[in-house]
Design a protein around this ligand. Structure first.
Ligand code: BDR
Ligand code: CA
Length: 308
């Protein structure tokens, strides 16, 4: 599977990268970064740190430093000052490529002999910019799989989830572009909580990958408790990659989804018409159920893959 991961690491983005590197079915064309959990400089350094630590060998293309129309926001209350607080990565010489994320996406998707899967685990700005630059790339996108949105409540406003709320205009462009789009939202990602039991289970694996996982998750959990009073951080972003590793993991429903880019208090809401009230054309597959045990088996298997 030819794949691009667009991310803003981010504790859960880092684990998405870890999952990606653990499975041979993925032919990773490149990693693109966006501002989101932290500034673009920090999320790019974090991506490089994870790639170096896990010896993944992926090229990194630095992307948008702010959303299409709004000012940049960060999420340091959860991800800390570095964007990946809790683990000290070794020093290295890796640098991002000279090409921008948007230019890379356009080129890689256009030139790919087989259709490309684009996974986004941050604000969707880079992909929207690529589509705006060259609409023809859409026909060579197999599907877009995003972590973002919610059928129910949000996590930054009553209505909206962080990634969509950061750049709803970008999400709107992606949802309307015509490529098959799979939304992995809070409805399922808030079910996969990294409880103390999970941390202890993964700690026992006792390799470098499990050390990174447990150290990051301990800090993530402390912050999730402070901000959301959750006993265990929701491992949002890895659900995207895990759903590609095992198609039985997540159940999707085919529905019409519209992104609210107009109203003020529900800006960034993903209006998923599950009951089909509006009888509008269906345009999206929206995650409604997840097999939680299977998810953590996938995480464990991925950690064990890194046999060093
Ligand atoms: C999303 O917001 C970010 O903080 C996480 O990395 C995830 O992508 C969850 O709302
Ligand atoms: Ca993210």
């Amino acid at each position: 599977m030819n794949i691009i991961l667009d991310c803003d690491p981010g504790h859960d983005d880092a684990i998405a990268l870890l999952l990606l590197g653990s499975n041979k079915k993925f032919n990773v064309l490149g990693i693109t970064t966006t501002a989101g959990n932290q500034t673009i400089e920090k999320t790019t350094i974090n991506a490089l740190n994870v790639i170096n630590y896990l010896n993944l060998g992926y090229k990194v293309y630095m992307g948008a430093n702010k959303p299409l129309k709004r000012d940049a926001v960060i999420c340091d209350a959860i991800h800390g000052e570095s964007g990946l607080d809790g683990f000290i990565f070794p020093k290295h010489n890796l640098k991002p490529e000279n090409m921008s994320a948007k230019d890379f996406m356009v080129k890689a998707i256009k030139e790919s002999k087989e259709k490309v899967v684009v996974v986004t685990t941050g604000p969707m700005t880079n992909l929207a910019l690529a589509i705006l630059e060259d609409k023809n790339i859409v026909s060579n996108i197999e599907k877009i799989v995003l972590m973002g949105g919610s059928i129910g409540a949000g996590n930054v406003t009553p209505a909206a989830e962080f990634n969509i709320n950061c750049d709803a205009e970008a999400a709107d462009i992606c949802f309307r572009c015509g490529a098959p789009i799979y939304m992995v939202g809070l409805d399922v990602t808030r079910k996969v909580l990294v409880t103390e039991d999970i941390i202890n289970r993964m700690k026992k694996i006792n390799n470098n990958a499990s050390k990174m996982f447990t150290d990051l998750m301990i800090t993530f959990n402390i912050n999730q408790k402070k901000v959301f009073n959750l006993d265990g951080g929701p491992l949002h972003d890895p659900v995207t990659i895990a759903s590609l590793i095992n198609p039985n993991l997540v159940h999707f429903e085919y529905v019409n989804t519209e992104i609210d880019i107009i109203s003020s208090s529900s800006y960034g809401r993903t209006n998923c018409d599950i009951p089909n009230y509006l009888k509008k054309e269906k345009n999206s597959y929206v995650a409604t159920k997840i097999d939680v045990d299977l998810f953590f088996d996938i995480i464990e298997e991925a950690l064990r893959y890194y046999n060093f």
